[in-house]
Design a protein around this ligand. Structure first.
Ligand SMILES: Cc1cc2nc3c(=O)[nH]c(=O)nc-3n(C[C@H](O)[C@H](O)[C@H](O)COP(=O)(O)OP(=O)(O)OC[C@H]3O[C@@H](n4cnc5c(N)ncnc54)[C@H](O)[C@@H]3O)c2cc1C
Length: 458
């Protein structure tokens, strides 16, 4: 059954994914066009939460200060004002669930009388396929319906972490192996020695959540680097030096950090990061990912100070140790799992037994794991970006087909387009991106309508 209820006179956009990126793209579309109808599609129970902000766990704090978490690029105090009006909370690192409430409030505002009543339609279903062969794109849903539209935005986020490197199938299938780090129940998760694979903010989430005196954590990652803590950081100007290759950028950044402090130096690059990234050749970007990424990530994606204190306490109590090592194998044992770990620089591996292992390697960019993206790739309407960070898009977020040509009416936003922008994960970047993509999409729709308008003889 096709749902063609929306009149073709009013353009319709289907936004697939109701997390931050999908919701804000929808809001910008509605705010900037008085006619457009947006169908926001979400497969989970909650619109406006996504993986990041649906958390009800009080240990999960934002890793960005509230003063930098406004959803709107042109209203920097929007989130702070909302917090203040809610319960008088000021700037700081608030719970992620509170940010989820903020997004819910934005959603209610868009649906209500003061927003765009009747023009934002919420659909609880999963998009599983997209037909782009007809006059208008048609999105097929898991429950059997199809939605036709004038344009479709993919805002599906990234997938669950990829299988931990080195873990054998039997290890991955074992009950003591947790593939989804956000599904752990701290009350029922095993006690004892726990292996955390990956040392970024996902690991920090898991260690905070599972922290109990009867648990000890061994963290393993290639470089063994932990995210740094937030701290005072004055706004600094851009570095003076050249930024045209990763090596030069690192040199300029180091010199700048010596003057303004490393936090301010790293933050100073933020507004320019997409341009710097685009300015590097593919080989340079690849080099950065191989040699600079781990270093960049720990300085750029920082922990809230309270969380950093907790990690320090765990280390001081001897309950958290971090190894720069490779997981060579992970196999089920009588009780738990046996891991072979090879420390950086050593030839031989050590064998250790853990009560449980949690995959904290971060969200997966394997776009072919999701049915909708796999379907599009199978039709030749989408391809991974050359660095396999997500989907290949042009500078205006139009999805590229297997020949590299933009697909009419198909856009992607959010972490999916990291290959084009690099900084495409945190709210300060996504708020700009969602406004940008809405403006491009509306301009494309208007141009297309103009082109279709019959020419009247004078
Ligand atoms: C744990 C965590 C904590 C973070 N903390 C911060 C922070 O403190 N500050 C900050 O600035 N950034 C943070 N981020 C980063 C950032 O804000 C998120 O990555 C951002 O929420 C991405 O939003 P998104 O909508 O693109 O993707 P997601 O949040 O992943 O949302 C995608 C949505 O699409 C839905 N979906 C997927 N496929 C389909 C389909 N086929 N049909 C229908 N629905 C579908 C999913 O159910 C999901 O709700 C965090 C990220 C994570 C993962």
């Amino acid at each position: 059954m096709t749902d063609g209820s929306a009149s073709h006179a009013a353009p319709t956009v289907v936004v697939v994914g109701g997390g931050f990126s999908g919701l804000l793209t929808a809001i910008h579309l509605l705010d900037n066009d008085r006619q457009v109808i947006v169908r926001l599609l979400e497969k989970s129970e909650t619109f406006g939460g996504g993986r990041a902000y649906g958390s009800a766990n009080g240990q999960h704090l934002l890793n960005v200060r509230a003063s930098n978490m406004s959803a709107f690029p042109d209203r920097p105090d929007h989130f702070l004002d909302w917090l203040q009006a809610r319960d008088g909370t000021g700037d700081g690192f608030v719970r992620r669930g509170v940010y989820g409430e903020y997004l819910q409030a934005l959603l209610r505002g868009a649906l209500g009388e003061g927003g765009h009543p009747g023009r934002l339609l919420l659909e609880r279903d999963e998009a599983v396929a997209l037909d782009l062969n007809g006059t208008r794109p048609s999105v097929r849903l898991a429950l059997g319906r199809s939605l036709t539209a004038d344009a479709v935005v993919l805002a599906t986020g990234l997938g669950l972490p990829a299988a931990a490197p080195g873990a054998a199938c039997e290890g991955i299938g074992a009950p003591a192996y947790f593939a989804d780090p956000w599904s752990l129940d701290p009350a029922t998760a095993p006690a004892g020695d726990i292996l955390l694979i990956g040392s970024g903010l996902t690991m920090v989430d898991v260690a905070s959540q599972l922290d109990r005196p009867d648990r000890r954590f061994t963290v393993v990652s290639r470089h063994g680097l932990l995210p740094r803590s937030h701290g005072p950081a004055a706004v600094a100007p851009l570095p003076d030096g050249p930024l045209t290759t990763p090596r030069e950028t690192l040199r300029s950044l180091r010199a700048h950090a010596a003057v303004v402090g490393w936090r301010s130096a790293v933050d100073s690059l933020r507004p320019l990061t997409p341009a710097i990234w685009r300015g590097w050749s593919l080989a340079e970007r690849r080099r950065f990912l191989r040699h600079g990424r781990a270093w960049w990530d720990v300085h750029r994606h920082r922990m809230a100070p309270r969380i950093a204190e907790r990690m320090q306490r765990l280390a001081d109590e001897g309950r958290l140790s971090v190894l720069a090592a490779r997981l060579e194998s992970l196999e089920p044992a009588a009780e738990g799992l046996v891991a072979r770990l090879r420390r950086r620089g050593l030839r031989s591996a050590e064998t250790r037994t853990f009560a449980a292992a949690v995959n904290c390697t971060g969200l997966s960019a394997d776009i072919l794991g999701a049915p909708l993206l796999r379907d599009l790739a199978g039709q030749g309407r989408l391809r991974p970006d050359p660095l396999k960070l997500g989907i290949d898009v042009d500078d205006a977020f139009r999805v590229r087909d297997t020949d590299g040509a933009p697909v009419a009416g198909l856009y992607a936003v959010g972490p999916l387009v990291r290959g084009a922008r690099w900084e495409s994960v945190a709210v300060p970047d996504l708020r700009k991106q969602t406004a940008e993509i809405a403006a491009t999409l509306l301009a494309d729709l208007r141009a297309e309508r103009q082109a279709r308008r019959p020419v009247t003889p004078c």
